[in-house]
Structures are given as structure tokens and as C-alpha cells.
Design a protein around this ligand. Structure first.
Ligand code: SAH
Length: 380
């Protein structure tokens, strides 16, 4: 264990891609294959203490402990829902707090990962947006959420394989506005020497930052989800303000370009559509949406609005939700309704706010659970 892991002077190897690690080792006059070895230790075996890396010479281990570290983000709270969902509150190096949620379902386990502390986009239905933007997460803080989720299930030691099968960048933040760190972290998630998750099972969700989406098509081939939420620009601009800059037609063209860059006719964009009572859930909206997406290669995921304190919206009735769903299905679209999970621990979509905002009020922060801050790095 690195005792001085907070001194900020050592280079953190946790979030480095294979390529960056190779350059790092070449830079210290070591062979590039060291990258492979260290990645297996960190991401396959969960080992973060250089002293335990037995296939490296003592001399190299000593050098590494002097100049580098494997620094995980700090877990300040972990909650378990009755339905198996788990949520971690993670403090970032800048002091802000993000959340990461694991949703088990059959033989899948999907980890919902955060990419920023807060968010600058201020979508009217989203609690994260209400706190504004604070900071970007580093690549290590993004991939660290996956490491921590695996660790909490003890998969590293037990050799039970990997716990997390799917990753969605649908936690806090707009991933395309933290482009470089998000792309590095996703590459590491997909690398066999990292977590080996297939590109189809890593999904980036965006509210529609068009220039960055175009850049993504040149640099990545992960699955794409678009937060659409409205069938026309007038309504969408009220719900998702970035629509005023990049309207629906531009966003869908960019998403199409992204899909064609994948060179695989079987891949589709996921269209996320929050259903908000009386706002975007009427028959006319469903009809307009089905026309808009009729020839767009997508599957639609309807998300019943999840309320949070202070929100002005409410969730439609079950009847209204199924009526909306049926209108789209009858128009020939592929549509699913997202089940709400982890409601009892505020882990549902749009309910992620970090909650722990003021560092000076640490003693009052855990009133819900009475869990003391746990520095996982110290407890390993
Ligand atoms: N900024 C990205 C990723 C974060 S939001 C994006 O906009 O896609 C992830 C998903 O949760 C989005 O589809 C978002 O619209 C949805 N969401 C946000 N607030 C919600 C709420 N209150 N109820 C249900 N879904 C919500």
C-alpha cells in the first residue's frame, strides 16, 4: 500500500491505457511489456501494491513506489437496495462527490458510471444538473468505479470472473464534455488486459454535444445512447437546453454518422426518452416521435421520470406509459420501458446528486445510513 498516496506527486497508473503505460515504462528505460504485466495486476487481480507484483524485479518495484502509485477514488458510502442494486458515493480528488450504481439483472450486471462532478447542461428534469458543473473526473476516477465495483464482489480474489458485464456512462455528468478522460477510461474497460468488456456492452449516453459526437466517431466504437426526451425542437429546447445550440436534426445526423463509422448494420443507437406527466407523454408526442424515428436505426428506451426533491415534474400513470409505448410499437419501432431500480437508495436515473456536497459538514452527511466514511484504499 502506498502510504503517501495523497501527496499528488506520483504518477497515477490506474487510469492509463495500455499505450500510455507502454510509453511510461519506455520513459523509465523498461521494456514495454511491463505495461501488460502491471495491467493484469491492477485490473485482473485487483492488486494495487507494487510490492505484491512478483513478476517484477525488486529494483523495478522500488522505482515504481518512488515515482508512481495506483490511486483509487475514495468510497465515502456504500448502499444496498432490497432489489440487489448497489450504490457507491465516491469522493474525487477535487473534493466533489459522484455516484456509481451497479444494477444486477439475471446474468448481467450493469455499472452506471459518472464522468463529471455535477453537470453544466442543466436539463430541467435532472437533479445532477441542479448542482451545476464542478469538475471533470480523471480517467483513473472513471475506471476506478469499475475496479471498486468488482472489488466489492470479491471477484479478484475468488477468480469468479468479472462481476460487471456492462457499463453505461449514464451517471453524473455529460461524458462528451470530458472527452479525453472518458475515451481513455472506456478504452481500458474494453481492453483485454483491462476489463475485456465488448464494445457493444459499453454505452456512452449524451444529451447531444454534436461536435464531440463527431469526434467520437473518429476515436471510438462504443455503443451510443442519445437523450432525446422530446419529438420537436420547441419542447426539447425547454427540457434539454443544449438543443438550442444543436437541434434535433443536427443531433440525429451526427448520430447517423456515428453509426456508419461503426461499419456494422446491426448496431443501433439507443434513444432515451423520459416520460414526464403532461409534458412529453401525450398521444401527439408519441405520433410525432414515431414519425421522427421511423427510418432511424434505433431502439427506444422509455424512462418513466424519477422524481427528486424540488422537482416540478411527475411520473405519468402506468396507463399513460403503456399507451405511449403501444403507439410507438404499433408504428413499427423497437421500444422498451426502463424498469426503475434502486428506488429505496435514490439510485434511479436522474436521482444521482452525490448528496455529499459540503466537505465542512461531513458529520451530518450520513444521517440516512449512519455509515462512516470508508477509505477503501486504507481498508484493503
Ligand atoms: N449527460 C448524459 C448522461 C447522464 S444522464 C445524458 O444526458 O445522456 C443519463 C440518463 O438519465 C439520461 O437519459 C437522462 O436524461 C436520464 N435522466 C436524468 N434525469 C432523470 C430523471 N429525473 N428521471 C429519469 N431519467 C433521468
Amino acid at each position: 500500500m502506498n502510504k503517501n498516496s495523497d501527496d499528488g506527486e506520483r504518477i497515477n497508473l490506474l487510469g492509463m491505457t495500455r499505450q500510455r503505460l507502454e510509453s511510461f515504462f519506455v520513459g523509465i528505460k523498461e521494456k514495454p511489456f511491463r505495461a501488460k504485466q502491471i495491467m493484469q495486476w491492477i485490473h485482473h487481480r485487483g492488486i494495487i501494491d507494487f510490492n505484491e507484483m512478483s513478476d517484477m524485479s525488486l529494483k523495478l518495484r522500488k522505482t515504481l513506489s518512488q515515482i508512481a502509485e495506483i490511486r483509487l477514488p475514495m468510497v465515502v458510502d456504500e448502499r444496498k437496495s432490497a432489489d440487489g442494486t448497489r450504490k457507491w458515493l465516491i469522493e474525487t480528488s477535487g473534493g466533489g462527490v459522484v455516484e456509481s450504481v451497479l444494477i444486477p439483472s439475471g446474468n448481467r450486471a450493469t455499472l452506471c458510471v459518472s464522468s463529471q462532478v455535477g453537470c453544466s447542461l442543466d436539463c430541467s428534469f435532472c437533479s445532477t444538473g441542479k448542482q451545476g458543473f464542478q469538475t471533470d473526473l480523471s480517467s483513473a476516477e472513471i475506471v476506478g468505479q469499475l475496479w471498486l465495483a468488482n472489488k466489492s464482489f470479491d471477484v479478484f480474489q475468488s477468480g469468479k470472473g468479472r462481476m460487471v458485464t456492462n457499463v453505461v456512462l449514464m451517471g453524473m455528468g455529460e461524458p462528451l464534455l470530458n472527452f479525453d478522460n472518458v475515451v481513455s477510461a472506456m478504452n481500458l474497460m474494453m481492453d483485454d488486459l483491462g476489463y475485456g468488456i465488448s464494445k457493444r456492452r459499453v454505452t456512452l449516453s449524451t444529451a447531444g454535444v454534436v461536435p464531440q459526437l463527431d469526434r467520437l466517431s473518429r476515436e471510438s466504437d462504443v455503443s451510443l445512447a442519445i437523450s432525446l426526451h422530446a419529438p420537436n425542437d420547441h419542447l426539447r429546447s425547454q427540457l434539454v437546453p443544449i438543443n438550442r445550440k444543436y437541434p434535433i436534426a443536427e443531433l440525429l445526423s451526427s448520430a447517423r454518422r456515428y453509426l456508419s463509422s461503426l461499419n456494422d448494420i446491426n448496431r443501433r443507437v439507443t434513444i432515451e426518452y423520459i416520460l414526464i406527466a403532461g409534458v412529453n407523454d401525450q398521444l401527439e408526442h408519441a405520433i410525432e416521435l414515431s414519425k421522427l424515428l421511423k427510418s432511424f436505426p434505433c431502439k427506444i428506451n422509455l424512462i418513466p421520470f424519477n422524481p427528486f426533491p424540488g422537482s416540478i415534474y411527475s411520473r405519468p400513470s402506468k396507463r399513460a406509459i403503456s399507451r405511449f409505448w403501444k403507439t410507438l410499437v404499433d408504428a413499427g419501432l423497437i421500444v422498451t420501458i426502463r424498469a426503475t431500480r434502486g428506488d429505496d437508495i435514490d439510485a434511479a436515473c436522474g436521482q444521482l446528486v452525490g448528496r455529499v456536497i459540503d466537505r465542512t459538514q461531513r458529520s451530518t452527511r450520513y444521517d440516512k445510513t449512519n455509515i462512516n466514511p470508508v477509505n477503501l484504499r486504507n481498508s484493503l
